[in-house]
Design a binder for this molecule. Sequence first.
Ligand SMILES: [Zn+2]
Length: 258
Amino acid sequence: MVSDKKFKMEEMSWKEIEEAKEEGKDTVVLMMGSFEQHGPHMPMKTDTYISDELGVRIAERLDFALMGPTLSVGVSGHHMDFPGTVSLSSDVFMKLIEEHCKSFDEHGFEFIALVPFHGGNFAPAKTAAAEIAEEMKKSKILLVADLERNTKIMMESFKEAGMEYEEKAVHSGATETSVMLAIDEDLVDEDRLEKGYEGKVDNSSLFTEGLKHFTDNGILGDARKASKEAGELILKNLSKDLAEQIDEKRSSLLMKSD
Ligand SMILES: [Zn+2]
């Protein structure tokens, strides 16, 4: 582990990035957040704060990885009924991913890991990954985009932390609010924690109907059940799993090219 070395590209000079590459950092981790409503108690940048935190923890675990600039606006059409949300069309978002990848490719990185966290970014990230793969001169794309797997880990970790409450979907409720409490309590307005829609929602109807159809306050689940300790465990387990997926996908490609 090279954890004493810098790995966030945004804090590094070109010289440091060049040196890191020479020392074996051959992978860029590209995280994807959003700028969208997160209930009455959390800020627009919630998914991006979480993506940043996950990115740091992932890169910390992988001695071959640097963390690229987290994409801070995503595909959030299903949140547009709530003031403040900014949404890109899928086409623009895919183009954004593509241009980032082209840049990393030009700099000679062997691998680029695409890691969406916000739900609306998964489908475009998957489509983009397939299209980009053909355009890359050198870089191979590692797609780590299994929304259901992420959701399962978040819910299981919440339980593992001793929490009784069970959520049916993840958005601004107990699990996501827990994560934000663990990242920075000051970003959560604890006077405005509320219960939202607690019924079952599948992702496709969420994306087509929009959140407002289900919940007036923008919450799925119950934000009042959040805890900082559970959030810490979610971050730990989720970043570990995402890092392992990147490691496995990279290893299998390295083996193939031998
Ligand atoms: Zn979110």
